[in-house]
Design a protein around this ligand. Structure first.
Ligand code: T5A
Length: 213
């Protein structure tokens, strides 16, 4: 087994991944653990530049669906080689807000590209950086979007490119995640993300405690 541990948060929009990833980081630090928070797309200068293209159309032209797949994969490959694997080798606990399963769920199930093809691209991008545990923060799409719209109104933000996709797209993403969780039950843990943040935090902590060195 590797020296560190690799924990990923996944799920549809508005499930509370960022909220819970940060709470988990705080708890792990309190417990005296060496931890690192990162996110996808992003987490490196290359990844953050790709994030701007993907989320906010920085390149100024529509991105075709095939290019989207490789942009996510490129961000991930860079993050894995320059941040995640070195940290795991040092014994650090790495918490990543979205990872390869997002490509399978969004570009595979959501956009309709063959799931096995997405898995092959992911495998090339991540190498040996397979998560030890993946917390699937599962929330009905309507509830997730209610939360996101409330936050956008509060912060005067616009929806990003993928948030603007049709409801049917997001339904396929959620169903895809649930299928992935059934396919890899040893790695995935589904968490009911409709609960209050403190309850979700407790559930996450219990699950993560089981994989800590
Ligand atoms: N994508 C990403 C792909 O298509 N393919 C890929 O390979 C990858 C890696 C990333 C986008 O890119 C797509 C998926 C995404 O569309 P992002 O900005 O990182 O974009 O978006 P998300 O990861 O979806 O992040 P969100 O911020 O939209 O959702 P989170 O992180 O799930 O939710 P969070 O924690 O920010 O909370 C949202 C709001 O809900 C409240 C929070 O306070 C906040 O206001 N909240 C709760 N309210 C009530 N009860 C709870 N339990 C709550 N938890 C949080």
């Amino acid at each position: 087994m590797r020296a560190g541990r690799f924990i990923t948060f996944e799920g549809p929009e508005g499930g509370g991944k960022t909220t819970q990833a940060k709470r988990l980081i705080a708890r792990l630090r309190e417990a005296g653990r060496d931890v690192l928070y990162t996110r996808e797309p992003g987490g490196t200068p290359t990844g953050e530049a790709i994030r701007d293209i993907l989320q906010h159309n920085k390149a100024g032209e529509p991105i075709c669906d095939e290019a989207e797949v490789f942009l996510f994969a490129a961000s991930r490959a860079q993050l894995v080689r320059t941040v995640i694997l070195p940290a795991l080798a040092r014994g650090t606990i790495v918490v990543c807000d979205r990872f390869a399963d997002s490509t399978t769920a969004y570009q595979g199930y959501g956009r309709g590209f063959p799931v096995e093809q997405m898995l092959a691209i992911n495998a090339f991008a991540v190498g040996e950086a397979v998560p030890d545990i993946t917390l699937l923060l599962d929330v009905p799409i309507a509830i997730g979007f209610e939360r996101i719209h409330a936050r956008q109104q509060e912060l005067f933000q616009d929806a990003d490119r993928i948030e603007r996709e049709a409801r049917a797209f997001h339904d396929r993403v959620r169903a895809g995640y649930l299928e992935l969780a059934q396919r890899w039950p040893e790695r995935f843990r589904r968490v009911d993300a409709t609960q209050a943040p403190d309850d979700v935090e407790r559930a996450v902590w219990e699950l993560v405690s089981g994989v800590l060195p």
